[in-house]
Design a binder for this molecule. Structure first.
Ligand code: PLP
Length: 432
């Protein structure tokens, strides 16, 4: 569980009253709990302990250097999807030799950079990509380690925008084509068939689709391992988290009932998958993003106005969809709580940002304690796909980010100065 909780009437992050952070750094503000990051990484790491394994944090979920350094210090590798992300790994003090490179559109320059830095594996999503990697490796007189990303054609039962493991998606190589692709790739002199990978989607809260997908690909993995002496298998990332507290009272009873019902936790994941993975005798990689960082971060915002129109109670806040796009993009739920606990009966409220889009909302008709101008709210579970998807829409500067560790806190990213937003722009000569 995470470290954002009330002590008395005040919301704390670990040992820090969150309102002291907003007093110091303003709003909108992303706050991350180091302890939660470490807990989540270690829970998963321990669950996999019986296996030779490596967790490669999918840094597209949160690529703040301090977040990454926290995980690198625990031995984490990284799943990168661009050369820029690999440069960030290096800037954060991570090890490129513990990184895998995913994504359907790797450019020649990106492949070259990753090869020079000694990437652990390219997770390949098409045959033309493998041919390109071979060509670049030949030019550099190197051998490129690769894995094919299998699309197991399993329905992950998650949101359409984050399901990736069916043939409707652009991701991976069709199950039926994988053997042929390995046979061709073996003939390429600068390719080293190092492993095999799959990823079926994101925010999976049920362990069943994983189990089905792994069971489906196992015979193929065994065959390819024997044929090409593969070193690793990765069942991917996508482990879900609890966003809605109505499901998660946090009581031990609740946790007992979840594992019974296959709800995905490190324990249930290990219980179902270890017996399948252990006999393989392969190194196991995992590429979780959200699971590690999702509940470790909150977005703190201040109420600008409360506006009542007809039946609606609009709580207009200083954060907006440019800071956190998940509700607008994926219809996602974020728990919203005041920094100072309120009494009184909740009223159905829409919490909205100030951007000129009707999609710019954080919740609709949700019973929330009555708040007024100047009150501050926390949008919980905003650590994954939060800040990384932020934009400057409406010329709004990127929010600041703070890392908390016990009673310590420090800025992990300065609030963006507004002039920086147009720093690269020019008024072209003929207009002057
Ligand atoms: C996005 C992604 C992940 C991480 O997904 P989460 O749901 O954050 O765990 C892992 N692997 C690949 C290939 C991805 O695209």
């Amino acid at each position: 569980m995470h470290q954002f909780r009330y002590i008395g009437n005040q919301l704390f992050c670990e040992g820090v009253v969150v309102s002291t952070l907003t007093k110091k750094f303003g709003t909108p503000l992303y706050v991350y709990s180091q302890r939660t990051l470490e807990d989540h990484f270690q829970k998963l790491d321990h669950a996999l302990a019986p296996l030779d394994h490596l967790i490669c944090f999918a840094m597209k979920a949160n690529s703040n250097l301090s977040v990454m350094r926290t995980l690198a210090n625990l031995g984490s590798g990284f799943d990168v999807v661009s050369a820029g992300e690999l440069q960030r790994v290096i800037a954060a003090g991570g090890d490129p030799k513990k990184c895998v490179f995913a994504g359907v559109a790797k450019s020649e320059a990106e492949i070259e950079f990753a090869l020079r830095k000694g990437i652990y594996s390219f997770n390949c999503e098409s045959e033309p990509e493998i041919i390109r990697i071979n060509k670049v490796a030949a030019r550099l007189k190197k051998t490129a380690p690769i894995a094919v990303r299998i699309n197991p054609n399993v329905e992950a039962k998650t949101h359409a925008k984050i399901t990736t493991g069916t043939y409707e998606n652009k991701f991976g190589i069709q199950f039926e084509q994988v053997e042929g692709v390995y046979a061709h790739a073996r003939k390429l002199k600068h390719i080293w068939l190092r492993g095999i990978q799959m990823h079926i989607g994101s925010q999976l809260t049920d362990v069943k689709p994983y189990e089905l997908a792994v069971k489906k690909v196992l015979p193929l993995v065994q065959k390819l391992k024997a044929r090409y002496r593969l070193e690793f298998f990765s069942p991917g990332g996508g482990l879900g988290i609890i966003y809605n507290p109505a499901l998660a009272s946090g009581s031990p009873e609740w946790w007992k009932s979840v594992s019974a019902k296959n709800i995905l936790t490190p324990a249930s994941y290990a219980a179902k998958l270890l017996p399948l993975l252990q006999p393989l005798g392969l190194k196991i990689l995992l590429e979780p993003g959200r699971f590690i960082v999702g509940n470790a971060g909150s977005l703190i915002t201040r109420v600008e106005y409360v506006k009542r129109t007809g039946k609606k109670n609009f709580v207009i806040v200083d954060a907006a969809m440019n800071d956190l796009i998940r509700p607008a993009f994926y219809d996602s739920y974020h728990e919203i709580v005041p920094l100072k606990k309120k009494s009184g009966t909740p009223i159905a409220s829409d919490v909205v940002g100030g951007i000129c889009e009707s999609g710019d909302y954080f919740c609709k008709d949700r019973p929330l304690a009555k708040v007024g101008e100047g009150d501050e709210l926390a949008l919980l579970s905003a650590g994954a796909y939060g800040f990384v998807m932020a934009s400057n829409y409406n010329t709004r500067p990127l929010a600041a980010e703070v890392l908390v560790n016990g009673r310590k806190f420090a800025v992990a990213r300065e609030r963006q100065p507004v002039q920086e937003i147009w720093a690269g722009e020019k008024i072209v000569a003929w207009l002057k």
